[in-house]
Design a protein around this ligand. Structure first.
Ligand code: GLA
Length: 727
């Protein structure tokens, strides 16, 4: 619910459990008064503290009033050059190079439903209200529209900013953040999700220290290294206690999430497109839209924050027809064959998979151009008939005859120097004229800011997708951006390229999904290098990591699932020893660790032992039965191997609280004198549940407050699935 008090210029956003408030003061500066647990009082601006802080500039209108400085007051969208020295949200200026933004409140408007952002991903659906607040910089005429989407039921507040040049001169934008959150306290921890290739989204937590800290990417993708999702929380916040603020950016390119603990012990979080190499020219009348950010405040710890993001992503971000649909069990040929395959080998793998009950065969890299190694042919999206006579149609038909769907890998954003496309159009690749561009995996990045480049790629893709019954696409992206220059942007406008590239990717995926609305799209970037909320608007699932070793996967999936629903995480059983770290683990445990995600296999089925093959029908049966509980229920972290060095446990409880599934992995054996005691969570205290493991029946209260005892297991990398059904 949005409540406007126009007399006092107080604007309040209420969700079911939280309240967010701002106030335009006597100088029409928009101040932030409160974000936290729901409060029914009207005006909370008594919380804004005025004091003479010394050495902090006072705006002209404040006259001799020394207790009024933008440097010390909580801002709703921080400015620059006018006395607030903390992190700015916006920076722009005229062509002469001066930079100053002094934003003052003009008016606001309540709009039913949810705003949308042209060309950018955004939350959507029913149950939203929008608040639009207009601020203006008096001297340049630049107008900033702050957009707030309120989803009361899911406790989600979204934000975006639209900047319009209403003045008469050209303006150059060098920073336009999506979110600014000023909190009048700094005794907080910052949680970020960091790592690298094959070790994505490892959780990192540290208290705020004085000054600026944060994460970001300047790679042109959201990156393996840092995720556009951060949490600020009480020092002692845990799963079910402590205030937590979660902030996520719906953006798949370079981003910045920075927090400043100021001299006055308050904290400012800004989040948005990374200002590095960012410029945007705004002629009079032109607008720029900063991508959407989403905020959740949980007064009761991390788990409720996770549940709110999971619900909102499942119900308001992922699009139909996949939103609530069960994802097919897939078999992907990559780790089985890499480039070494022909139609017969592929059909053999598919046949084997179909016989075991798998539902989707995915043909990975190596089917197009003359690609038998990874150093050529990207950009030439036509089938290699030497390898696949009869083309994709023959293969897809054969796969369909087996009762399976057919899916295909593509990497449309790239071009290899050794390709017909590059030979015909060398200017289609990002590069600085006169300087040989950097290669990575022997490939270059296409200049997707150019419509003719997007059209050329899309025409090829459309032909491929129309040539056979292709029902799934794995859209890969295997290198970061370098040499970020376009032949078609002039001078300073080259600074628009990083963002125009991302808009180009979004436009291509949008086009593909408009033409092929039933296609199941899975995004991927060398594993999980672009696992972000922006991508989830287009693809309901994302490849989590190229690392399929169970021990490392536990950590990667735990970090990922803090905000991203289990239904979005591609998780496959791979061959052992693991291709990434050489570890061997039991087939059964590999199945257990993948089970909560979008389940599949990525190995040569023809090389499995009889015992391993015999386990597959049971694994598929578990996915069919309990996948809906993992994907649609409430997820709980029970124990983290990263913390205890011994075992890992997660559980999911169905919405009606009749079924709970517990995924327990005994990673590393230790001599212990007692059984592992796991207090369960999320059950109905009054209901009685039977354990699939022992047949015992106890009340929900018993399982939760007493706990579940797991006798010690002998050996490493073992595990079990335990189901509790209400009786
Ligand atoms: C990337 C992906 C892999 C696979 C290869 C193919 O590394 O993450 O899953 O598709 O590309 O080249």
């Amino acid at each position: 619910m949005i409540v406007l008090d126009p007399q006092n210029n107080v604007f309040t956003l209420h969700t079911k459990h939280t309240t967010y408030q701002m106030k335009a003061d006597q100088y029409r500066v928009l101040l932030h008064s409160y974000y936290g647990p729901r409060v029914r009082d009207g005006d909370l601006s008594y919380l804004i503290q005025y004091a003479d802080r010394g050495a902090s500039p006072n705006p002209n209108e404040a006259g001799h009033r020394r207790d009024y400085s933008l440097d010390t007051l909580p801002q709703e969208y921080s400015t620059c050059g006018v006395g607030d020295y903390r992190l700015p949200s916006i920076e722009f200026g005229p062509e002469d190079g001066s930079r100053l933004a002094d934003l003052r409140y003009v008016n606001c408007q309540l709009v039913p439903g949810k705003y949308s952002l042209e060309g950018l991903p955004a939350f959507h659906g029913q149950g939203w209200e929008t608040l639009s607040v207009i601020l203006r910089d008096p001297s340049s005429g630049v107008e900033v529209e702050l957009l707030y989407g309120v989803c009361e039921e899911d406790d989600l507040i979204t934000r975006a900013a639209r900047l319009t040049n209403r003045g008469s001169g050209d303006v150059r934008l060098c920073q336009a953040m999506s979110l600014c959150l000023d909190l009048s306290r700094a005794d907080l921890d910052l949680i970020t999700f960091d790592g690298g290739h094959v070790r994505e989204r490892n959780l990192d937590r540290a208290p705020l220290r004085p000054g600026v800290q944060g994460v970001g990417s300047v790679r042109g993708t959201s990156s393996h290294q840092h995720n556009p999702f951060v949490i600020l929380c009480d020092h002692d916040a845990g799963e079910d206690h402590g205030v937590c603020y979660g902030a996520a950016l719906l953006y798949s390119g370079s981003f910045l999430a920075a927090v400043e603990r100021s001299q006055f012990e308050d904290a400012r979080l800004v989040m948005g497109i990374h200002p590095h190499h960012f410029r945007w020219a705004l002629a009079p009348g032109e607008s720029f839209t900063a991508p959407e950010a989403a905020l959740v405040c949980s007064p009761d710890g991390l788990t409720p924050m996770t549940h709110r993001f999971h619900r909102a992503i499942r119900e308001h971000l992922i699009q139909d027809p996949h939103a609530g649909a069960r994802r097919p069990v897939l078999i992907n040929n990559w780790e089985a064959t890499e480039f070494d395959f022909d139609a017969e080998r592929l059909v053999d793998i598919a046949r084997e998979g179909a016989a075991l009950g798998m539902e989707l065969f995915v043909l990975d890299d190596g089917w197009f151009g003359c690609r038998d190694t990874d150093d050529n042919s990207l950009g030439d999206w036509f089938v290699n008939e030497k390898k696949l006579p009869g083309g994709l149609k023959y293969l897809a038909d054969e796969v369909n005859k087996l009762g399976m769907k057919f899916g295909l890998w593509v990497e449309p954003e790239m071009v290899c120097p050794d390709s017909n496309l590059f030979r015909a159009h060398p200017d289609y690749a990002l590069q600085i004229p006169g300087r040989p561009p950097m290669l990575s995996r022997t490939q270059l990045v296409l200049d997707l800011s150019r419509k003719e480049v997007r059209d050329c790629i899309y025409d090829q893709l459309r032909k491929v997708l129309s040539s056979a019954n292709i029902e799934y696409v794995k859209w890969d992206m295997n290198r970061p951006l370098t040499d970020v220059a376009s032949f078609c942007l002039e001078g300073e406008r080259q600074g628009e390229l990083f963002h125009r590239y991302v808009l180009g990717v979004y436009e291509l995926q949008e086009r593909m999904l408009t033409d092929f609305p039933h296609l199941l799209l899975e995004n991927c970037a060398s594993g999980g290098g672009r696992f972000d909320p922006g991508m989830l608007y287009y693809s309901p699932q994302i490849w989590t990591s190229d690392n399929m070793d169970v021990v490392e996967r536990l950590r990667i999936q735990e970090g990922t699932a803090l905000i991203y629903p289990l239904s979005t995480m591609g998780a496959h059983v791979a061959a052992c020893p693991s291709h990434t770290n050489g570890r061997s683990t039991p087939f059964e445990t590999r199945g257990l660790v993948s089970l909560p995600g979008c389940f599949g296999y990525e190995l040569d089925l023809t090389k499995l032992t009889e015992e391993e093959l015999a386990m597959i029908p049971g694994q598929l049966e578990n996915y069919r039965k309990y996948g809906p509980v993992f994907h649609g229920g409430d997820y709980y972290r029970l124990a983290s191997y990263g913390e205890n060095g011994e075992y890992d446990a997660l559980m999911s409880v169905s919405k009606d609280k009749r079924t709970a599934v517990l995924d327990y992995v005994h990673v590393m054996s230790r001599q212990r004198r007692r059984d592992v005691l796991l207090p369960l969570r999320g059950l109905d205290a009054e209901k009685r549940y039977r354990s699939s493991e022992t047949g015992e029946i106890r009340s929900g209260a018993g399982w939760m407050y007493g706990g579940l005892l797991l006798p010690n297991m002998k050996g490493d990398f073992l595990g079990k699935l335990i189901v509790l059904e209400a009786v």
